[in-house]
Design a protein around this ligand. Structure first.
Ligand code: NDP
Ligand code: MG
Length: 380
């Protein structure tokens, strides 16, 4: 039995990870975490019988404790709880499926404890890639991408040929507002933004896909995962989400990974790497698939990608500011307290007032995150 823990088991990636576990029957889930959705967490506990569970929200943790008195399980709470789950002794792999920068400390803790990371939580790599990648190397652990584009690239490179890769080509669906201009975006609602054409995901990443901030974060994620400079990472729109990403080799050969949009594939690939397993689900049918089309991203309208390029160029702590500003702005948009285009305004303002700190420590990253949140609260 392979032994894993899942940080964020109640989310979109978390529940699909449990689906993969359910079908394979040879993975034991030793620990899981949630935040607010304790009714789902309780169901998951009764099915998968983890030894420890952490609920970030303290009140919810108490409620859960009362509800599962009959189970033999330790209930933890807060960041300490997340940290304890991340380093559980027998666990080989930690699936990081929490949303946002909250994942930084548990991910670093897990690496130090020698765990392989199945990484969905891209915000962690965006803000702390300069800490995480060398740390993973030092502790001899693998960072296995779950994000579909990065999994695609990982599958194309297949661990051996990194120096033969000339560039990577990240595909993007373009989100629900592809083709719209700024004037159109001034009128869009939260409900419009949450209608992703191809993927059913958590709310934050769905909004990030609509702003193209998600693709921007993915460019930064790719830079760290595959040791690529910016000029070797290209983004192309592929609206049908059939090609999940590609690599161009030094001889001009292009290798792509294709499939129906199903996150269980990259999740399962990360859990069993380098082995491939059967996965039930829809297959591509090239006889009925009429076309796969490509477009250039409109970076003047969808500023998320431009901000990411600027953040990489500024370097140091700037990606932290981009990410923190975006997290706070999206949270406000999800609460309907700002408009869609305000997300861009907030990011731009936070980035332009920030003076870059080179190679920030984890403490500095968390301080900058807090400063960014405080500034946004005082202004918006
Ligand atoms: P969801 O919003 O669906 O789930 C987030 C998970 O994190 C839930 O378990 C939630 O708990 C938990 N959580 C939320 N806030 C906190 C907090 N403050 N402390 C501790 N736990 C918290 O997100 P997704 O599954 O969509 O995304 C997870 C990560 O994976 C993100 O980083 C995203 O970018 C990345 N990703 C997701 C993809 C997808 O298809 N969904 C694709 C590629 C990457 P609860 O629900 O109990 O409140
Ligand atoms: Mg992705």
């Amino acid at each position: 039995m392979k032994k894993i823990v899942i940080l964020g088991s109640t989310g979109s990636i978390g529940t699909q990870t449990l689906d993969v576990v359910r079908h394979n029957k040879d993975i034991e889930v030793l620990g899981m975490t949630g935040n607010k959705n304790i009714s789902l967490l309780e169901k998951q506990m009764r099915e998968f019988r983890p030894k420890k569970v952490a609920v970030y929200d303290e009140t919810k943790a108490k409620e859960l404790k009362a509800a599962v008195k009959d189970l033999e399980v330790e209930i933890l709470t807060g960041m300490e709880g997340l940290m304890e789950i991340a380093v559980m002794e027998e666990a080989e792999t930690v699936v990081t499926a929490v949303v946002g920068m909250i994942g930084i400390r548990p991910t670093i803790g897990a690496i130090k404890a020698g765990k392989d990371i199945a990484l969905a939580n891209k915000e962690t790599l965006v803000t702390a890639g300069h800490i995480i990648m060398p740390l993973a190397k030092k502790h001899g652990v693998q960072i296995l991408p779950v994000d579909s584009e990065h999994s695609a690239i990982y599958q194309c490179i297949h661990g051996e040929k990194e120096k033969e890769v000339h560039k990577i080509i990240l595909t993007a669906s373009g989100g629900p507002f592809r083709g719209k201009k700024t004037a159109d975006l001034s009128k869009v609602t939260l409900e419009d933004a949450l209608k992703h054409p191809n993927w059913a995901m958590g709310q934050k990443i769905t909004v990030d896909s609509a702003t193209l901030v998600n693709k921007g974060l993915e460019v930064i994620e790719a830079k760290w995962l595959f040791h690529m400079d910016l000029d070797r990472i290209e983004v192309v729109l592929q609206p049908q989400s059939i090609i999940h990403s590609m690599i161009e080799c030094i001889d001009g050969s292009v290798i792509a990974q294709l499939g129906t949009p199903d996150m269980r594939l990259p999740i399962q690939y990360a859990l069993y790497y380098p082995e491939r397993r059967f996965l039930n689900g829809k297959r591509l049918d090239f006889k009925t698939l009429k076309q796969i089309t490509f477009e250039e991203p409109d970076m003047e309208t969808f500023l998320g990608l431009s901000y990411a390029y600027q953040a990489i160029e500024s370097g140091g702590s700037m990606p932290t500011v981009l990410n923190a500003a975006n997290e706070k702005a999206v949270s406000k948009f999800l609460h309907k307290s700002i408009d869609f285009l305000d997300i861009y305004k907030i990011i731009e303002e936070c980035m332009s007032r920030h003076s870059v700190c080179e190679a920030p420590t984890m403490e500095q990253i968390l301080e900058i995150e807090q400063e960014t949140y405080d500034y946004i609260e005082s202004r918006w």
